[in-house]
Structures are given as structure tokens and as C-alpha cells.
Design a protein around this ligand. Sequence first.
Ligand code: AQP
Length: 329
Amino acid sequence: RPRVLSGIQPTAGSFHLGNYLGAIRQWVALQETHDAFYCVVDLHAITVAQDPKTLRQNTRVSAAQLLALGIDPEHATLFVQSHVPEHAQLGWVLQCLTGFGEAGRMTQFKDKSARQEAQVGVGLFTYPILQAADILLYQAHHVPVGEDQRQHLELTRDLAQRFNTRYGKTFRLPEAYIVKDTAKIFDLQDPTSKMSKSVPTGVVELLEDPKRGAKKIRSAVTDTGREIVYDPAGKAGVSNLLVIYSALTGRTVDELVAAYEGKGYGDLKKDLGEVYTDFVTPVQERVRHYLSDVSELDKILARGAERAREVAAKTLARAYDRLGFLPAG
Ligand code: AQP
């Protein structure tokens, strides 16, 4: 079976609709056809300051959400990044292969550092390189992510290629797996920007009170027109709502446009609010269930880390050997 790897940061308590539709939904589907490795990337989370107690809690809440959304530990290896030290170890090796200018071209760094009020750490600058290590350790064929990660995937491929050329074939070159329709979910208050936890205005979270989430959907920004059509350039807000609606129900955008002919934006938003509520209510219940016994949750993560380490350690050992590091014993 082909391999797949992806990760998500535990930087907020709740994932949002962009994380789910852009990435996690694909994770769930791919665990059926691929040898899947999914991780909660806590090493990435500390690229910006984190309160230790909150980080510990958010890491468990993140894992619980992944399980609640359909990741099955019998079908996929679910683990926490810091439990597998090989990530940081290969990350260092790859940093030594990355040009300073090359890292500086990452647009996410530019965006995120511009938004940071506190001093920007070097980790935020080098995090795409750690991400490359995350992927290359597992020799992943595919990496299911949202559109915002495309550039980082290109960097990962460049680094793999560079290492292979310099030291002999060691890493598989991974492909981004981006589902076009939901590659970028937009902010409900500013439908030209991606929905993002760092800009929490028009973000709909999976774990917030469904009434509050539905209200945010009802007050989503739309244009002054009336017609419900899919036109991302001219009607960004309505089109974003149609994409979310379609992804959550499995009805195509065309079907929805036909169904809402003659109706107004208010009808669409109200109905989508209900669709969202029906979707998140059982998810929230399952999250509560997983969090009610963290020892069980921790066991799932420990088993995942063990499996992940088996694969990661092999790749790292090969890379160390190719680099000319002496064997440890
Ligand atoms: N708006 C989005 N539309 C589609 N996919 C998205 N992803 C994030 N936002 C959207 C995808 O979610 C996965 C996990 O991303 P992450 O762990 O990097 O989370 P993040 O980047 O911290 O999430 P945010 O909200 O985007 O935070 P900031 O603003 O801090 O960057 C990834 O596959 C990502 O593509």
C-alpha cells in the first residue's frame, strides 16, 4: 500500500472547518487505501509561545478530535510528533542542506511573522524544514494538505532531491495530495482570506457551541446581490458557503445552486447552519468520550508512536550512514 503522512498543529483547542475540509476529511478517506501516518505536531506548535498546561491539553484535544472525526487507530498510525525524536534529528540534517534564501521565500513565514506581536523565533523560520523531515522519515507517497501547504511540499521535494543527489538515493519524493474543491476554505467575515486560527474573526470551530457556530454562518459576509450562484471571483462569500455546504452534505455545488434557485442568501445560511450543527454535534460527543478517559487516549498515542518510530528510525539510520556519521555501537 502506498504511504501517506500528514500532521496538524495543536495550537488551538479546536480545529476549524478549513482544517477539516482541507485536510482531515482526506486523511479519513486515505486511511482505507494507504498505509497512513497522522501526527499531532507539537514541535511545530512551539514555534510560537505556548503555555505548557494548555499545550498538553490541546494535544490531547487534537488527538481526540482526529479520532472523533474518523481516524481509526486500527487503520492508521496516530501519534504525537515529540514522541518520535527522529523528527527533530532529521530536521537538523535537512536544515544543514537548506539555503537561507530558500527558507526565506516561504510565504507562510512572511505572513505568520508579520502577524506575530512577540519576537519572531528562528523556529518559525525553519519550521517548513522540520515539516520536510516529518514527511521524508516515512517515505510518504502522498501528503494530504490544504493549498496553503503547497509551497512547503515543494521545499520538501527539493530537499529530498538534494540529499539523494549528494549522498545517494535515500528519500522518496512525496506528492502533495490537494483536493481542489476544498483546498482553501475562506474566512466567513473576509471571504478573500483563508479561514485561519490566527485570525479568529470568521472562523467556525468544530468544538464551539453549535449555536454560536451556526450564528457565525448566518452572519457570514455575502455581497449585495440576491442570486445564489457559484462564482468565486465575483461572489466569494456565497461561493465559500456553497463549497462548505457541498463538502458537508455530499451534494454537488450544481445541485445546491439548483435547489436554491429563487431563494435568498438568508435561506442558504440558515440551512448551512443546521447542516453544520448536525455535523458537529455527534463529533463533539465523541470528543467528550475520548477525553473522559485520557489513559485510553494516551495508550492509543503510545502505540502509534511505537509504530511510527519503527519506520522513522530506519530512515534516519540510513540517512546518518549516508552522511558519514559513525555507527553508535
Ligand atoms: N482555510 C483552510 N482551507 C483548507 N485547508 C486548510 N488548512 C488550514 N487552513 C485551511 C489545512 O489544515 C491542515 C492543518 O494545518 P495546520 O496544522 O498547519 O494548521 P494551521 O496552519 O495552524 O491552521 P491555520 O488555521 O491555517 O493556522 P495559521 O493561521 O496559524 O496558519 C493543513 O493541511 C492545512 O493546509
